[in-house]
Design a binder for this molecule. Structure first.
Ligand SMILES: *Cc1c(COP(=O)(O)O)cnc(C)c1O
Length: 408
């Protein structure tokens, strides 16, 4: 008789977004005339830019002719895209990354979920709290996280690094030594960023204790401050301790198109059973066995993001979202809220007023202002009493939402 993978059964239900949807639907049904503004969305809303659309059309036409038709893509990605990324995302910033250290994929969600596979079963993980749930859940599925305590929302074998107002939403070095450290900056959900000096501390620490940092740079395009690093490879020594995840989703709007990349330097090695093991080879082997490459037309679309026109158009899209973020951030400040984020990221993170729980504030905002956001507690225990608003809506809606919130 077959048995299910019992590690999957350990996963607590992910009720966050379904609970939000249920509450919003119930409210809308009871109040059909009220216009609800959604500032909870974690998805882009602007259409793909013209440079990308043009590249897609051209690539589709190539697929229609035998001479230019392309079948299976190279497992690790087409050279044209790996080269464009290495040049524009890394070498132009002084980061020493070779084309063949870039693995093209269908996005950062799958890579951030899959990357744990190339590490040992007993690897101990450290995550920020609150956190993007994929890092923890993929390790639960792999049987690495121990037991779940429902009352605290904590796994017994995970190192949590609280990120709260007290530490400026930047994790502190853990007391217990981890093997894998997941960092995401600029951060989802808190919207906070860390400086290059702060990230350097982590790189030095990882090199010292023999840990690997998995650095999620999905929101890199939103950085507006000079001292915030766009890549972990801006830090000295990162080539021997860091894997970086990249995505075309939040900058270029590829959430539906799907494209990302994982960077593993050849210098990321470990001595194991008398051999020097390159983690690059393990990920290459994984890709070769389990993945057949991102579609040709999508990789051409990705390449177009690095043309002059593409760069300018993407900058424009990001600027539009950031105009909303700025409006929401300053509007909330004016209204007396305790807010952070929104400067290097499309997320604004606020402390709930009157010590309301995250869910109490959700109900309050929905019922009194008809505005929907995301309860911070849904991202981890340290997210309790916080709330996330996103800049992915329209400017008009951001303005109207703030008007309503100010009247509360
Ligand atoms: C949106 C997001 C991603 C991007 O995922 P894709 O699979 O590339 O769309 C990665 N990490 C975080 C933290 C995100 O919020």
């Amino acid at each position: 008789m077959f048995k299910p993978n019992s590690d999957y059964l350990k996963l607590p239900g992910s009720y966050l977004f379904s609970t939000i949807a249920k509450k919003v639907n119930a409210y809308q049904q009871a109040n059909p005339d009220n216009k609800i503004i959604r500032l909870g969305i974690g998805d882009v809303t602007q259409p793909l830019c013209p440079a990308v659309i043009e590249a897609l059309h051209k690539a589709v036409d190539e697929q229609a002719v035998a001479e230019t038709f392309r079948g299976y893509a190279p497992d690790l990605g087409y050279d044209f895209l790996r080269h464009a990324m290495a040049e524009n995302d890394f070498r132009s910033r002084g980061c020493d990354i070779a084309d063949d250290e870039i693995f093209i994929s269908d996005g950062a969600k799958s890579d951030s979920g899959n990357i744990q596979e190339i590490f040992s079963q007993d690897a101990k993980i450290a995550v920020c709290d609150p956190v993007y749930p994929v890092y923890v859940d993929s390790n639960v599925m792999a049987g690495r996280t121990g037991d779940y305590d429902e009352s605290t929302g904590i796994w017994s074998n995970v190192i949590y690094m609280p990120c709260t107002a007290e530490n400026g939403f930047a994790p502190e070095l853990p007391k217990e030594t981890p093997d894998l450290i997941y960092l995401c900056f600029p951060n989802n959900p808190t919207g906070s960023a860390i400086t290059k000096d702060q990230l350097q501390v982590w790189v030095d620490y990882a090199n010292k204790v023999g840990a690997v940092i998995i650095f999620d740079a999905a929101y890199e395009a939103y950085i507006s401050e000079d001292n915030v690093p766009h890549s972990i490879y801006e830090c000295e020594g990162a080539r021997t301790c860091a894997i970086e995840l990249r995505s075309f989703s939040k900058n270029a709007g590829f959430t539906g198109l799907r494209l990302g990349a994982t960077i593993i330097p050849h210098d990321l090695t470990v001595d194991f059973e008398g051999k020097k093991v390159q983690m690059h080879s393990l990920w290459a082997r994984r890709h070769g066995t389990k993945y057949n490459g991102a579609p040709y037309i999508v990789q051409r679309a990705g390449e177009a993001c690095y043309t002059d026109a593409g760069k300018a158009q993407i900058k424009d899209m990001v600027a539009r979202y950031m105009k909303n973020a700025n409006y929401i951030l300053n509007g909330l400040k004016d209204a007396g809220y305790d807010v952070s984020g929104g400067v290097n990221s499309p997320y604004v993170w606020l402390r709930t007023p009157d010590n309301m729980t995250s869910w109490e504030f959700f109900d309050h905002l929905l019922e009194k202002a008809n505005v929907v956001g995301t309860p911070g507690s849904g991202f981890g225990p340290s997210g309790e009493h916080y709330f996330r608003l996103t800049a992915f809506g329209s400017y008009e809606n951001s303005v109207e939402a703030l008007e309503r919130i100010k009247k509360l």
